[in-house]
Design a protein around this ligand. Structure first.
Ligand SMILES: [Zn+2]
Length: 126
């Protein structure tokens, strides 16, 4: 998705709009605690007016990269596309790949649902 399209999609999503405003508030008042911190690290930021998420792998303790936050519907579309393009990897592989490009609330369970309900995967795992 292009930057402009991402911006449009984000502005249509109430939750993302709320997060954006909180980010702006936070940036104007650095003392304020907020829901974006994990171990003192800010997990969200605005970049060219696009809300970005620091996609990390907390399990193995690596600091990841900044990826755009997608509304749920757009995330589903994108994860499906990635899952198909990669020739139908399992849940973990799909999730870890997707995380490099986008973030959405409940990204893992969205990925899980897509893989579990994928008709091509169901055909080949019988
Ligand atoms: Zn599949």
């Amino acid at each position: 998705m292009s930057e402009d399209k991402t911006k449009d999609e984000q502005n249509k999503d109430e939750q993302i709009k709320k997060w954006k405003n909180l980010c702006i508030e936070r940036d104007n008042n650095s003392d304020k605690e907020n829901e974006f911190k994990y171990n003192g690290i800010n997990l969200m930021k605005l970049e060219n007016n696009i809300l970005m998420y620091l996609s990390t792998d907390i399990k193995i303790g690596t600091i990841g990269k900044w990826v755009p936050i997608f509304p749920k519907e757009k995330a589903i579309e994108t994860i499906r596309l990635i899952h198909n393009t990669l020739c139908h990897p399992g849940i973990q592989k799909t999730y870890y790949f997707v995380k490099n490009f986008i973030w959405a609330k409940n990204l893992y369970s969205i990925s899980e649902n897509i893989v579990k309900s994928c008709s091509t995967c169901q055909l080949t795992t019988i």
